[in-house]
Design a binder for this molecule. Sequence first.
Ligand code: ADP
Ligand code: MG
Length: 452
Amino acid sequence: LSELSTISSVSAEQADNAEQRQLRVYLRVRPFSKGELANDENQGCIVLENAEVAVLRAPKESSSMKSSEKGVGQSIHKFSFSQIFGPDTTQTDFFKGTVRELVYNYLDGGNALVFTYGVTNAGKTHTIQGKSSENDGGILPRSLDVIFNHVKGRQYQHMDFKPHLSSDVQYLDSNQVKQEKSAKAAVFAMLKEVMEADSSLSGGEPFQFAVWVSFCEIYNEYVYDLMEPLPTSRNHKRNALRVCEDHSGNSYVRDLKWINIFNTEEACKILKIGNKNRSAACTRMNQTSSRSHGIFSVKLLRIDGKQVQKISELSLCDLAGSERCNKTKTFGERLKEAGNINNSLLILGKCIAALRQNQNPKVKNNYVPFRESKLTRLFQSIFCGKGRACMIVNINQCASTFDETLHVMKFSAVAKQVVQVIQPKPLASIAPRLVGKDGKMLLRHAIVEEEA
Ligand code: ADP
Ligand code: MG
């Protein structure tokens, strides 16, 4: 890996006032499953000191081999990470060692992106969602706990606010944010109006907060709102959303529903509804959700007196399995799908490689193909300095999956060398659409009561 040694030169003007920060890349090794233990799986990776890990191919050995042939085919590759979390790491320790600092920064107004990378069954969903019901929640519920702890007693509630729980998600179709105006400005103006009319808010008060969340998936280069139930008829297609750009050049998913929530339990409910919609869509298409990218985002609005003063966004992205498809086994729809998914991850890889290369002073600024996939369009502003990013690499430790694990490791080795130049004042990403068709601010969407 010597040829990949870090070069972190960034032009002087870029570096002006900006914080330079190497992209944090964390490795999490999941424990052997019962099945793997029963199969007597060989250990395919060993955690070394100094945040290094060795990946090994199981040696080819059989009783008929001569002793000189034994061990043939064995290979060892070493990789380093910002930090490595072994199979015994608890969800608490993992969160404390990785995402917690990003959440603190987010509470101060910074944007953050966390994404998990790895093959299917490596522990990505466990890392992000975990099982809150079993007190084993992942970084998502834990981040929300930190956020709600911070805003406790300081949440903005409009006079008209009435909790509304029903058995259907209610669609509150909102105004299209006007293209010619900055979307942020439009929403700020609308919020200002509502807040000015609200006598419960007074100028001199300490600031308040509002928390909004959304949950979408990217499948086959289409973005779907997971808060939208599947069409009841199989003949109706799911409603794909467009990725657009606001005037500051930040990409956002147009018409994505944002839901105002007041505690972690509500977020978990939304997660559950979204997961259900996601798996129902997969079942209908005879697919598994491991082929789509799931993005859960949390916007924090800081309301000072009668103005929204800051908006920061935290996105947690559970990427599709990184396994490369076996060409002989994919055909038809499957091939198209596999191709697109590989495309999204492939473009992510290309973007990371180009960002990495651009740090080399000898390289003229390479084109970074952010626009070539939905996923990278949504990641672009964060990678370009409007927030901090962190990558979590999930692997299993089986020697039998050496090739895939090696592939994942090579990807992360490049990512780890990307230096992010974070602007001191991140431009707030686009505000959630808070206005309804009638021009009134939406304070809350309905949250579906869990079905019995
Ligand atoms: P992925 O989302 O990458 O496909 P999952 O998160 O679904 O993988 O994990 C696969 C299985 O392994 C699940 O049953 C999960 O509960 C279990 N698992 C993953 N990571 C861990 C871990 N760190 N500790 C215990 N079980 C884990
Ligand atoms: Mg998963």
